[in-house]
Design a protein around this ligand. Structure first.
Ligand SMILES: Nc1ncnc2c1ncn2[C@@H]1O[C@H](COP(=O)(O)OP(=O)(O)OP(=O)(O)O)[C@@H](O)[C@H]1O
Length: 586
């Protein structure tokens, strides 16, 4: 038996929480057990054990107190586990481990039983093989820092192994008990305690995404790690657009430990939408999801801290906000993990598909192309900033509750089904309010004002693997960052932001504004090339002059195109669980 141990040792608590979820020690009874640890190179300074380096990357343990640990005290919420003592880290070790208390930038990836019960002997049953991802060589500055080292962006991790020899089976078993015993009190992870480690992981592989490398990435990166770790898995190659969403809306999620899209953002979008539109969405939303970047833009890679595809299957997980987009003409409700865009960002996003063949540069090319021919859009927009106390009776209690995922989960379904096609999913508080209702949306942008060039509501910082479109949102910030620019929007400023691959710190400096919002409603009218004069009072005539053909009149939801029609966008805080890097900072 073997198990994946998705650990960044920098974050002991999360690491052991995850390990406790995945390791089924009960399976190991009567067999030798291999656990994955980071390689110690010399004796530690706590006197907790001895680790002697030997040839072939093998380490012999002799210390009796090696696996000393302290149980986490659930009552007072503390953990005093000493990782350095447990793992026997020492000073002066060259190579994979740095000084005590400073973590190596390596990830534990697997624990496996290497000897079957029929061949096990007293000696071999004490052997422990260690598999880990080596991500970089710690530098002096790493050693002096207590913070978690972030793997370099340009060096892929290497899979390494080291063998440990426990002094006795008792020692080995004490360690196993330690793994089993350690729990981290963490509200956000409670839901996942129930998950069985023996359930397979379900992979969606899109053979036609991006530059068509998903199958290769799956076979060469995902499969070896899953096999090494002995984690069962299933694979479905998506056969058409909407295939993953179809499966996610009906599959028995209790039969799998996670659903991972080996794709770009498009298939992940489908996975999320399939989950959220289920009749049992309240339970299904807790299902662990993830992505192994294999598309052309892979915005989720930087958002999740997965700089290389391999990280997508190895990490911890945490709750993430998503937004819902309620389309009022069609009655469709679409969920989005990245953003909802209109005007420039929607145009460049959708048009970038034409440049898919060049890979990740497709967005930059499309962005510059559209910047030269910037369209001007007009519409009604009403924005509800966070902390707004609505005057509207219907919305008053919701203002207090919307950040509380537990309350949302307790809501009784059936009383708020105002949308015919997607009756399930989180309650849509704002969907009935008109954009011009100032009691719900105190911030008003009307078509009589300057036309809009730039408009995006970001749920996550990165809109593409190379472009950080928002400096303020995070995975669970509880708001969308609405950024818009009208006529004073500086094209040069925007172009520089694109070339710097980062949103400006001060949007005002390039003629744009940013608002932290709980939600907004957008009623798009259409676009024109020039600014034009908008005769207030002659709305119908003015609207008539606008372009409203599908081309250039679209909304983009996580990069997927939708016809421009009135839409309400709302944040749903911490509503899904997603696999992330442990070093990801909130
Ligand atoms: N077999 C298929 N044939 C055609 N389209 C498919 C198939 N499988 C999935 N799709 C669709 O392909 C779209 C794009 O897929 P994916 O997200 O994997 O790549 P991408 O768009 O290149 O990546 P990114 O979003 O990072 O730019 C998705 O919307 C998905 O629904």
């Amino acid at each position: 038996m073997s198990v994946v141990v998705p650990i960044d040792v920098a974050e002991t608590e999360l690491a052991f929480q995850t390990m406790a979820l995945l390791v089924d020690i009960g399976q190991a009874e009567g067999k030798a057990v291999t656990v994955s640890l980071v390689s110690p190179k010399s004796s530690n300074t706590n006197g907790a054990g001895q680790a002697e380096s030997s040839s072939n990357n093998s380490v012999n343990y002799t210390g009796g107190g090696l696996f000393t640990w302290t149980r986490i005290d659930d009552a007072n919420n503390t953990t005093t586990t000493s990782l350095s003592a447990m793992l026997g880290w020492g000073t002066g070790g060259a190579g994979d481990v740095v000084d005590q208390g400073v973590v190596p930038a390596s990830l534990l990836v697997a624990a496996s039983i290497v000897h079957s019960s029929s061949t096990v002997t007293a000696a071999t049953s004490c052997l422990v093989d260690v598999h880990y991802l080596h991500t970089n060589t710690p530098t002096d500055s790493d050693s002096n820092s207590n913070s978690s080292p972030t793997p370099p962006k340009n060096k892929p991790p290497l899979l390494k192994s080291v063998r440990f020899n426990f002094a006795s089976i008792t020692e080995r078993d004490r360690f196993i008990l330690a793994l089993k015993a350690i729990r981290v009190p963490c509200k956000d992870f409670d839901a996942l305690k129930e998950m069985s480690p023996r359930l397979p992981v379900y992979f969606f592989v899109n053979p036609f995404g991006g530059v068509k490398e998903a199958v290769k990435i799956f076979l060469e990166t995902v499969v070896p790690l899953m096999d090494l770790a002995g984690i069962p898995y299933e694979r479905t190659d998506t056969e058409y657009k909407g295939h993953a969403e179809e499966i996610m809306s009906t599959v028995d999620v209790r039969k799998y430990s996670a659903f991972i899209a080996v794709s770009g953002d498009g298939v992940l979008h489908e996975v999320i939408n399939g989950l959220m539109n289920r009749r049992d969405w309240r339970a299904a939303r807790r299902t662990l999801i993830g992505t192994v970047g294999a598309g052309s833009s892979n915005a989720m890679n930087p958002n999740l801290g997965h700089l290389f595809p391999v990280y997508g299957v190895l990490k911890t997980h945490r709750p993430m906000d998503i937004i819902s987009c309620t389309f009022h003409n069609s009655g469709k409700v679409v969920y989005s993990h990245l953003n909802m865009a209109w005007a420039y960002i929607a145009d460049l996003d959708i048009e970038s598909d034409a440049f898919r063949w060049i890979g990740r540069e497709k967005t930059t090319l499309s962005a510059l192309n559209r910047l030269i021919r910037l369209r001007r859009y007009r519409g009604n927009i009403g924005i509800q900033p966070i902390n707004h106390q609505s005057n509207n009776q219907d919305n008053q209690h919701e203002d207090l509750d919307y950040l509380d995922t537990d309350k949302l989960d307790l809501e009784v379904s059936g009383d708020v089904r105002d949308m015919p096609h997607h009756p399930y999913g989180p309650k849509r508080h704002l969907s009935k309010a008109a954009a011009t209702d100032t009691s719900v949306y105190p911030i008003q942008l009307t078509p009589g004002q300057d036309p809009i060039g730039y408009f995006t509501a970001n749920n996550l910082p990165f809109l593409g693997i190379q472009y950080k479109g928002s400096n303020n949102v995070s995975m669970s910030s509880g708001f969308v960052e609405v950024t818009y620019g009208a006529e004073r929007l500086s094209r040069i400023g925007l172009a520089l932001a694109l070339l710097n691959e980062k949103a400006p710190d001060d949007w005002e400096s390039i003629g744009a504004k940013t608002i932290f919002a709980r939600g907004f409603r957008l009623e798009p009218y259409g676009w024109s090339w020039g600014v034009g004069k908008w005769e207030v009072g002659n709305e119908e005539i003015e609207i008539d002059k606008l372009n409203r053909t599908n081309k250039g009149n679209i909304l983009a939801v996580s990069g997927e195109p939708f016809p421009a029609e009135p839409v309400t966008v709302e944040i749903h805080p911490k509503i899904i669980n997603i696999i992330t890097a442990t070093w990801l900072k909130e």
